[in-house]
Ligand binder design. Structure first.
Ligand code: C5P
Length: 327
């Protein structure tokens, strides 16, 4: 029997009880939203809102997806959405923008004198089925034989320097979109859209100049000469911040090209098939075209690779995307 008459012992028991209750409450409330979302992910799929076999949007949306997905923020920059909020501009400046908002306003004004300002991909409808392949640059594509499967999508979105020539069997040979930042643009074909990632105001100046006078330093001019202004799309900085705040919950410094591409796709496509993300079978992380060049270990740094990968797996688990991880 515990002697409750002893005041010291009584105090210890009270303290113990408070601790136990606190631990229970804390461990329950600190269960991350991702873990909770994983638990909820075994729900049966509800009615699709597109004409594909499996649609990103469904009636009776999953609570985690509903909490994150915001269809009202356009993934692409247009004259209408180009003015950034103070918050967004401040965050964007930290990524590398020099100068102030007045300068940004001037740059954007000039930009839209060169580009037709259109609203793109706002045509979602119950009878639409737009399938998209998001093709990352991982070595897990080597020997995958995914080429035909990738090419069977309506949109095929590739990234940065990824080549096709010589790798068609594994990566396909069509590219409808290539997403990149200035220094990494390669292999643009005439009919390919360039989705430019602007991490700073200078990128907007660069594209304006590259397509008008062709005089901007660091523009890979032979590549730029192949595209016309109609094929250029610009990633919206407001959307970039939304991806970082909402989908990555501010993990890392800013999202990786791969994650930004995936987010672009889930906001403009009905079905998203993802290839070329993650390590190769042997655990290495090099690009598929650099197979024998060197062995790269898992990349870390400004991007929250692990967190991005969890979100991606969760999207797959909730049947919002299909992940093809090599074979
Ligand atoms: O290396 P790079 O940034 O051009 O690759 C584009 C994207 O492909 C990355 O942001 C990443 O998401 C994905 N990737 C990957 N595993 C690799 C290489 C690239 O998941 N080994």
């Amino acid at each position: 029997m515990v002697d409750l008459k002893n005041p010291k012992r009584k105090l210890l028991i009270v303290l113990f009880c408070i601790c136990a209750i606190t631990i229970i409450i804390f461990s329950y409330s600190s269960t991350s939203s991702l873990q909770l979302a994983i638990r909820q992910s075994n729900k049966p799929v509800s009615k699709a809102l597109c004409a594909c076999r499996q649609c990103i949007s469904v009636e009776d949306e999953d609570p985690w997806f509903r909490k994150h997905f915001n269809a009202s923020i356009s993934p692409l920059l247009s004259q209408k959405n180009a003015m950034l909020s103070n918050d967004t501009f401040k965050w964007w400046q930290k990524l590398g923008t020099k100068g102030n908002k007045a300068n940004y306003r001037n740059v954007v004004k000039k930009l839209f004198q060169v580009f037709p300002s259109k609203e793109h991909y706002k045509d979602s409808a119950p009878n639409r089925c737009r399938t998209c392949a998001v093709v990352g640059n991982s070595g897990n594509l080597n020997g995958s034989d995914y080429g035909a499967l990738i090419d069977s999508n309506d949109f095929i979105i590739r990234m940065n320097r990824a080549p096709i020539l010589g790798y068609e069997k594994d990566v396909g040979n069509r590219t409808t979109h290539r997403i990149s930042y200035p220094g990494s643009i390669r292999h643009l074909q005439n009919d390919t859209h360039l989705i430019l990632l602007p991490f700073k105001t200078e990128t907007l100046q660069w594209i304006t100049k590259a397509l008008t006078t062709g005089s901007m330093k660091s523009a890979p001019l032979p590549e730029m000469a192949q595209i016309n202004a109609d094929k250029v799309l610009i990633y919206n900085p407001t959307f970039l911040k939304y991806v970082y705040d909402v989908w990555l919950e501010c993990h890392g410094k800013y999202p990786s090209t791969g994650f930004l591409t995936l987010m672009f796709a889930i906001h403009i496509c009905d079905e998203v098939n993802v290839f070329g993300f993650g390590a190769a079978k042997d655990g290495t992380w090099q690009h598929y075209w650099e197979k024998n060049k060197f062995t790269r270990t898992k990349p870390t740094g400004v991007h929250a690779g692990d967190y991005e990968s969890i979100v991606m797996k969760l999207l797959a688990c909730k049947r919002k995307i299909k992940l093809f991880e090599g074979r």
